[in-house]
Design a protein around this ligand. Structure first.
Ligand SMILES: N[C@@H](CCC(=O)N[C@@H](CS)C(=O)NCC(=O)O)C(=O)O
Length: 170
């Protein structure tokens, strides 16, 4: 399930709750215990910094790219989990001479950055829900007759904590 509705019984979240039910939408209702102040918990404030209901959260988008220039966006929640060796799920179909070069799972602000191997022409593919298509296809071909390579994202290395919980060395 992709869409989550954070609601509290009797609060104004009832309006979108009714709308989603009436529309027959697939959604997961998540109760926020306002009487216990859950709307001000750090976990909830990370979801909605205003500390209010309703909040609607749409899931992450997975962007997958192949060497021959195919890019496919799909909803992360639609990818079945891997269970046991050899049991996977097809996100993008590739031709025999093609291969997946990279993917990201994220939100609109997150980008998969690619470039052509020869000329270094850059492509930034946002994890935008508007781009989502059915998984299992070949996606959209963003360039023809070129080989794409992945541009690695910079890695942020958080400092390790000392045994006493303070900041330590990297
Ligand atoms: N729709 C507005 C208003 C939402 C609102 O006021 N929600 C109330 C419940 S009806 C709430 O969550 N209050 C939290 C609180 O009182 O701590 C918003 O999202 O800013």
């Amino acid at each position: 399930m992709t869409l989550k509705l954070y609601y509290s019984p009797g609060a104004c979240s009832l309006a979108p709750h009714i709308a989603l039910e009436e529309a027959g939408a697939a959604f997961e209702p998540v109760k926020v215990a306002m009487a216990q102040g859950e709307q001000r918990s750090p976990a909830y404030l990370a979801i909605n910094p205003k500390g209010r209901v309703p909040t609607i959260v749409d899931g992450d988008v997975v962007v997958t790219a192949t060497r021959n220039g195919h890019v496919l966006h799909c909803k992360a929640d639609e990818i079945a989990k891997l269970e046991g060796p050899g049991r996977g799920v097809t996100v993008i179909k590739v031709d025999d001479d093609d291969a997946v070069i990279g993917f990201i799972a994220g939100r609109k602000a997150d980008h998969l950055v690619l470039e052509t191997e020869k000329s270094g022409k850059k492509f930034e593919e946002a994890a935008d829900p508007k781009q989502v298509s059915a998984r299992g296809g070949k996606g959209r071909q963003i360039i023809k007759k070129a080989t794409l390579v992945l541009v690695p994202r910079p890695v942020a290395i958080p400092p390790l904590a000392n045994a006493d919980g303070g900041q330590g060395v990297n």
